[in-house]
Design a protein around this ligand. Structure first.
Ligand code: ATP
Ligand code: MG
Length: 446
């Protein structure tokens, strides 16, 4: 993309309404625009990041054997009357009446709708196990929408639902989700720690939240510092292997790690003092096992192997896709702006032309721009007639991991400069070497 043709409405001033870094930076970098409290438009740069996160979430869900689909945002109230949640959910639910006087609602979650789909089409134990998910906008009329996309009223969530014949099957699904979530967050460049949590209005008897440690997080968390040393890394996972999935869950959840809702001072005191930590965290996902809580009242049964009807065992599992954009920025920024992890960056590299209008500099930039695109990379070329300082400030603000700086003086020696946003280190090299380096970083053509 050429910056002169792009829509990147960066702000010079720091918006007064933004209290935390991610909100400030998303507004300043022209990623979002508030439409009303807790409701945002995603401008082109923000939308690109959102799509990259969504893509990684899809890939990891499908890798775990879960099937993508799409349910509507508007739901009939009658489904929620069946489960008993229509009255129980409270003022967070946006209730709407259509022209035929039917009660509708903007979905805050989808347990009822997915249970209705499955009870209509799944009748035998042979159709199980089954896990369906979608990535769809949700609405919750939060009392205090704040921190930009971190606590919105309209927000994008991946929500998945498993249907199993018995508790053992549903426990495997729970553990499988935990593993797939760990992989997802690691690919996003984040460490999200599974912590024992409270089940809230979803209900159920087993649940973990995934928390990214950050001072601006809304949850208070208590943990054994050893939990921050474990990584899934590149290990091979067989998602069908129940023992392996359980092993990973045990490895990641055997040490103390809880949110304030389930925190227990007496148990925490057993952790050696030097390893006891109290901090704040951002909840970026949660998994639940709740057995037959929805299937029983909604009559979602299958014919078991002995011919008798059995209620489905279920769980539901959510990732806060739009909140993740903010969480990644909270975890990765400096005083100049955002520092995107390579896995989610909106553009792979920026090209800064130090002397726009100079024939040889322009043609070197055009060459690098064309070659990067030919390699399947997505560069942002700053082709504006601006001072170098202004161009650098924009690049630093929007946080592309790599910058190729091209100027007449360097070109005389056949060199451009490649700069890492994270370390600030620059290296001079030929344009070809810079392209080769970027290809290697992003794993293209290897
Ligand atoms: P919270 O405790 O933060 O209100 P929740 O526990 O009610 O969230 P879940 O039902 O677990 O939310 O939803 C799954 C995920 O969706 C959460 O882990 C979070 O990342 C995200 N999420 C929930 N509410 C919001 C919101 N208002 N804005 C943005 N993301 C949200
Ligand atoms: Mg939650």
């Amino acid at each position: 993309m050429r910056l002169t043709r792009y829509f990147l409405p960066v702000l010079k001033e720091t918006p007064a309404e933004a209290q935390i870094a991610s909100h400030r930076l998303m507004l300043r970098a022209g990623m979002i625009k508030q439409s009303s409290a807790g409701i945002y438009s995603w401008l082109p740069l923000g939308w690109k990041v959102l799509r990259r996160i969504e893509q990684i979430v899809h890939e990891e869900q499908m890798r775990a054997g879960h099937h993508p689909m799409l349910m509507p945002t508007l739901q009939p109230a009658d489904l929620w009357r069946e489960s008993g949640r229509y009255d129980a959910y409270g003022p967070e639910m946006l209730r709407i009446r259509d022209r035929g006087d039917r009660d509708m609602l903007y979905g805050p979650t989808n347990e009822e709708m997915i249970t209705d789909i499955v009870r209509s089409h799944v009748s035998s134990y042979r159709d199980l196990p089954l896990t369906l998910y979608h990535i769809q906008w949700k609405f919750r009329d939060e009392v205090r929408p704040r921190f930009g996309v971190m606590r919105g009223r309209e927000f994008l969530m991946k929500d998945g639902y498993n249907f199993d014949l018995d508790e053992a099957g549903a426990r495997h699904a729970y553990n499988r989700h935990l593993v797939s979530y760990l992989r997802t967050y690691e690919r996003l460049g984040l460490q999200a720690i599974p912590m024992r949590a409270d089940s809230g209005p979803i209900g159920g008897d087993d649940t973990h939240e995934f928390l990214v440690l950050a001072e601006t997080g809304e949850s208070e968390v208590f943990y054994d510092s050893e939990v921050t040393d474990i990584r899934l890394g590149a290990r091979e996972i067989d998602y069908d292997d129940a023992d392996q999935c359980r092993g990973v869950l045990e490895e990641f959840t055997s040490r103390y790690a809880r949110t304030d809702e389930t925190h227990d001072e007496a148990v925490f005191a057993e952790v050696p003092e030097a390893r006891r930590r109290t901090a704040r965290g951002i909840e970026v996902g949660q998994i639940f096992y709740f057995g037959t809580k929805y299937s029983e009242p909604m009559g979602a049964t299958v014919q078991g192997p002995d011919g008798k009807p059995v209620p489905l065992h279920m769980g539901s599992h959510g990732i806060g896709v739009s909140r993740l954009v903010g969480a990644i920025i909270e975890a990765s920024h400096d005083d100049k702006g955002i520092v995107w992890p390579e896995g989610v960056t909106p553009f792979h590299a920026g090209i800064v032309n130090l002397k726009q209008g100079d024939t040889s500099t322009d043609s070197a930039c055009e060459g690098i721009y064309a070659q990067l695109r030919a390699e399947g990379l997505d560069p942002l070329y700053d082709d504006r007639k601006e001072r170098a300082g202004a161009k650098f400030a924009t690049m630093d603000l929007i946080g592309l991991p790599w910058r190729v700086t091209v100027g007449p003086r360097g070109l005389q020696a056949g060199k451009v400069e490649l700069t890492s946003r994270r370390t600030g280190e620059s290296e001079e090299m030929s344009p070809e070497a810079a392209i080769a380096r970027l290809k290697a970083v992003y794993g293209v053509g290897v």
